[in-house]
Write a protein that binds this ligand. Structure first.
Ligand code: SF4
Length: 338
């Protein structure tokens, strides 16, 4: 296949082929063979992370939350130590929140709010759900701090009941292997159509593994024995470009960009509540959405750690046994440090 080109809309097409609709992933006709090849490769080759040997939703949730900001190699030790200390969801629910947050800091697992949310989620499962985890992505999203990606991962890996994962690795694989256009809707359609029904656990693990160890930024097609070489457009064409990550787009939408915007908005203001600040920082701010309160709070904590802003937590009741933190988060305010 020939070199890839960029059309006026910025979407990649390959010379000699018609442009595809942005939402129309085009998969090989022998999709059953494509699926089987990947699943067999995964069974034979996959890395042996300890959370891949369990289907306990609590253990999987802990691994997912830890992996959000920490490299997998470091997560292994932290995950084992965490489960030694709090082996069940009940044990975590009964722990002191300060001990959980202390563990998080000690193991450098990123934002302490994740520890607070995890503790709160354990309390919800134990006290409100009789110790039973929700079994589908919608139900799991009702747990504190569990967003769509984590909910789907836990539903997949604990209950084999999730949808197809679409993360950066999966997008790169789909883009290269089947020329799925660089557009979110197309990636979602392609990932969904490719996943064998009812096999989200094996499938999501397998395709994420492919993106993690074979179809990396610099692909290792032959060294990793990629099972999709017979079908892969990039392998055939030696065009291994990936979805657009130009220098400009790395800045557009980056944390650095939004940190700057927060500081700009706060200039000349006394203090703003998170939900007042959010819509001034990005037009698609939705308190409970992907770019919502949790996202904004993480950025504000970052800036506070750098001494640029003050975050008035007003969530002291998070550390009590009584409160939930939803209202408290709404009330948290941010101001420039004078
Ligand atoms: S053959 Fe290479 S480029 Fe294609 S999916 Fe496999 S690792 Fe990625």
């Amino acid at each position: 296949m020939e070199e890839g080109v960029t059309d006026e809309g910025g979407q990649k097409s390959r010379q000699g082929e018609p442009n595809r609709e942005a939402d129309a992933g085009e998969l090989p006709t022998d999709v059953a063979a494509v699926r089987e090849a990947l699943l067999e490769w995964y069974e034979a080759e996959h890395r042996d992370f300890p959370w891949r040997r369990t289907d306990d939703p609590y253990e999987i949730l802990v691994s997912e939350v830890m992996s959000q900001q920490t490299q997998l190699g470091r997560v292994i030790a932290a995950w084992s130590a965490f489960l030694d200390r709090w082996p069940t969801v009940e044990a975590l629910a009964n722990a002191d929140r300060s001990a959980v947050v202390g563990f998080w800091s000690e193991h450098r697992l990123g934002y302490n709010n994740r520890a607070k949310y995890l503790h709160e989620a354990a309390r919800q499962v134990t006290e409100e759900r009789n110790g039973e985890f929700p079994r589908d992505p919608d139900g799991l999203q009702e747990l504190q701090g569990v967003g769509p990606y984590t909910a789907n991962a836990v539903a997949s890996f604990a209950f084999d009941n999730g949808a197809a994962v679409v993360d950066t690795n999966v997008k790169r694989v789909l883009y290269r292997a089947f020329s799925v256009p660089d557009e979110n809707g197309a990636f979602e359609t392609g990932a969904r159509d490719l996943m064998p029904a009812g096999e989200s656990k094996a499938w999501n693990n397998a395709i994420m593994e492919l993106g993690g160890v074979a179809c990396e930024k610099t692909p290792r097609c032959d060294e990793a024995g990629c099972p999709w070489r017979p079908w892969c457009d990039a392998y055939a064409s030696s065009d291994f470009s990936a979805p657009d990550v130009s220098a400009q787009s790395r800045f557009e939408g980056s944390r650095r960009q939004f940190r700057g915007r927060i500081v700009d908005v706060l200039r000349g203001q006394e203090a703003l509540a998170l939900d007042e600040l959010g819509p001034k920082v990005r037009v698609d701010y939705m308190p409970e959405g992907t770019y919502g309160r949790e996202w904004l709070r993480d950025l504000a904590e970052d800036l506070a750690a750098d001494g640029l802003v003050e975050l008035d937590e007003r969530d002291a009741d998070l550390d009590s046994d009584s409160g939930t933190d939803t209202d408290a988060e709404t009330n948290a305010t941010v101001r420039l440090r004078r």
